[in-house]
Design a binder for this molecule. Structure first.
Ligand code: AHR
Length: 499
């Protein structure tokens, strides 16, 4: 099969915000306990954080991590995770039916994030709580001192404010599964008042309002416009969440699910701009895709876990090679919307639907989906070029899917042009002819591929490199064109630069 790609330096979707490569740690399953935190572990640091996990997180270079939920946040009392550990309550977490020991809370997590080289994206509880407690949390984290909450932080051993910049106004408040879910009117009003108080407490913060839990919600669209009508002047981002799975074993459809993400983003942009027009506003609401991933493998196993244990193995999807290809397509889609999607969080980061897995007391290892995320985070920082692609397509449940999903990212500072591409064909090579004439002097300098004969191949603690990137020979360049061959069902990274 043949495809043609032209990249022009001036046809761009804008600069990728580094926060596109964000992730998420929730108090659920083993994400925190025996995930990022395990005091007795041989690699534990002075705070009990696993250094083997920190090393993998640092490799992914995750600039922002959402915390502490997720569904968990809608019942969370943030004070529980601050101050002397011996005074912290054990609580029944109604969202995930577990016991939360509160050994780790905001005090510890901000320290973990610092060690991981990430900023915290803090979610406030707009389920069981409201604007006052949200304001108190901003005061605890960001006020210098001299108030009840900031002095409390100082007493807890943190003289310097945490300086948390990005805040989520609740989580999936439209979902009946959410603790104290709300109608769009109820949520819009609560979010507006919380936003005002939070920004009065710290005008430098940015706020994310909840969009729909996913595009299939019956209230999708109307939820967005109603919430924005209430909150438009006080918030900066609207959230999107989406998870995908190959439940019916149809790989061709599964590989095309990024078309659904693309359509979802376009619809939310349209809803936000409709409200912009109604309000005659000059401000544009940006998007925060703060939960996305593949999630379906572990659903049945998780349903069998008995309630009320501490840190049970919930939602531990073991990812296949096929899932890595889907994650690659989703990353490319997010990049292509860099003009509007400024934050995105791979949900989640450790053990729970995660690229990083741990054994309690044992090893930490990288799942298949680790690798496309690593590549996008490494090579996806720069100016996102709008790809002019001519490519055969196939019919999928999401519409006509091009066999090649691709994007170019130009990092002028590093003088590097990266092409990220998935070949969705299950049987054929694609000769991708790339027109580089707008980049004189740029030559191929690195190329690797993630491929496997078996689409269902997984990595495990014993065989963590079953699915692992492989370097390939560099393609030749002639008259400003180069034609790398993308193997069937593969994730490809081709880097050009001045050698
Ligand atoms: O990421 C797992 C869960 O998925 C989150 O808690 C929730 O927001 C979403 O439904």
């Amino acid at each position: 099969m043949k495809a043609e790609l032209t990249l022009m330096g001036s046809f761009s979707a804008g600069d990728a915000d580094p926060r596109l490569f964000g992730s998420f740690i929730e108090h659920i399953g083993r994400a925190v306990y025996t995930g990022i935190y395990e005091p007795g572990h041989p690699t534990a640091d002075d705070c009990g954080f696993r250094k083997d996990v920190l090393a993998l997180v640092k490799r992914l270079n995750v600039p922002i991590v959402r915390y502490p939920g997720g569904n968990f946040v809608s019942g969370y009392q943030w004070e529980d995770g601050t101050g002397p550990r011996e005074l912290r309550p054990r609580r029944a977490d109604l969202a995930w039916q577990t016991i939360e020991t509160n050994e780790v809370g905001i005090d510890e997590f901000q320290e973990w994030a610092k060690r991981a080289g990430s900023e915290v994206m803090m979610a406030v509880n707009l389920g069981t709580r409201g604007p006052v407690e949200a304001r108190d949390l901003v005061e605890y984290c960001n006020f210098r001192g001299g108030t009840q909450q900031s002095d409390r932080r100082i007493r807890n051993g943190f003289r310097e404010p945490f300086g948390i910049r990005t805040w989520c106004l609740g989580n999936e408040m439209d979902g009946p599964w959410q603790i104290c879910a709300k109608t769009a009117e109820e949520y819009g009003r609560a979010a507006c008042e919380a936003a005002k108080m939070m920004k009065w407490a710290d005008p430098s913060i940015e706020l994310v309002a909840c969009g729909s839990s996913y595009a299939g919600m019956p209230t999708f669209g109307k939820w967005e416009t109603t919430v924005l009508e209430h909150t438009y002047d006080h918030i900066d981002y609207l959230s999107l969440h989406s998870y995908y799975g190959n439940r019916d074993g149809n790989t061709k459809d599964f590989l095309a699910c990024s078309l659904d993400m693309d359509q979802f983003i376009r619809s939310v942009e349209a809803a936000a701009d409709y409200v912009k027009a109604l309000k005659r506003s000059k401000k544009t609401i940006m998007l925060s895709f703060d939960e996305w991933n593949v999630w379906f493998h572990s659903v049945e196993a998780t349903a069998k876990i008995k309630p009320w244990s501490v840190a049970p193995p919930q939602n531990e999807d073991i990812y296949t090679f096929e899932d890595a290809l889907v994650v690659g397509c989703l990353l490319i889609t997010l990049l292509r919307h860099a003009d509007r999607v400024k934050i995105a969080c791979l949900a989640q980061l450790v053990n729970v639907i995660a690229p990083i897995m741990t054994e309690p007391g044992g090893r930490a290892w990288a799942q298949t989906i680790f690798y496309p995320f690593l590549d996008a985070s490494r090579y996806g920082r720069g100016r996102v070029l709008s790809p002019a692609l001519s490519c055969p397509t196939y019919e999928s449940r999401y519409g006509d899917a091009p066999y090649v999903e691709t994007v170019g990212v130009w990092n002028e500072e590093r003088e590097e042009l990266a092409i990220l591409a998935v070949n969705r064909s299950l049987s054929e090579d694609v000769e991708l002819s790339v027109d580089l004439r707008d980049f004189p002097g740029y030559l191929p300098k690195h190329r690797h591929v993630l491929s496997a004969d078996d689409l269902k191949l997984t990595n495990t603690a014993d065989r963590p490199e079953n699915v692992f990137p492989k370097e390939l020979p560099l393609p030749a360049v002639e008259d400003g064109k180069t034609t790398p061959v993308l193997p069937p069902h593969s994730w490809n990274v081709i880097i050009f630069g001045r050698r």
